[in-house]
Design a protein around this ligand. Sequence first.
Ligand code: C5P
Length: 235
Amino acid sequence: MEKEPIIALDFPTWQETEQFLVPFRGEQLYVKVGMELYLQNGPFIIEQLKQMNHRIFLDLKLHDIPNTVGQAMKGLAALGVDMINVHAAGGVEMMKRACEGLDAGAQGSRPVLLAVTQLTSTSEEAMQQDQLIKVPLGESVRHYAQKAQEAGCDGVVCSVLEAAAIREACGEAFYKVTPGIRLKGGQADDQKRIADPAEARKIGSTMIVVGRPITKAADPVAAYQHVKALWGGQA
Ligand code: C5P
């Protein structure tokens, strides 16, 4: 289990991101850059965050034909991020090519490669209706996790609710990175499969990803420290 919760920097500009980070000065954070920030600002964002010594999860959830994903990963690996991901729905061949691309492009050790199973904003009903996957959601997530492992990925993104089943299917060392984290009594927003940081620790997430409960809090540093204490078992 990693000590730091990963903060989802879901902001549109570097100015807003920098402003958010100012009160954390001095603290080495693990941050997540997703498509909102990266697609509007590009590699500049990664350079800035690296200069500040933060660890970076680049959450672009690639999903395309194997050759395109492999080549894109080769380029992204050169940015020197710590963790990166694809959609498991892209298939085993696509995930294998993502691994190969990262190996070819990494300047040192290869970033951790995760596969997104079912988004934490997807309910079982929505999965069955929209994707026409007619099995229970947990079974779909477990299946994707096994395929990701077979392809050479280091772990998956899933909800806390599926972490235990994935540990059983794929082992302890296989990463279970869990968004959909909410504090008790807080708003769920668009997330459907949620749990709080203490539950994530007990159930066995490897890392948690937390966005709005920290970024939209009246006092983001206090919210971060609270999440970190719950996650670490000190609260
Ligand atoms: O604000 P919130 O805590 O809901 O943010 C969760 C973050 O995790 C978002 O950046 C979202 O894109 C990401 N994510 C997710 N579910 C996944 C994969 C990534 O919520 N399965």
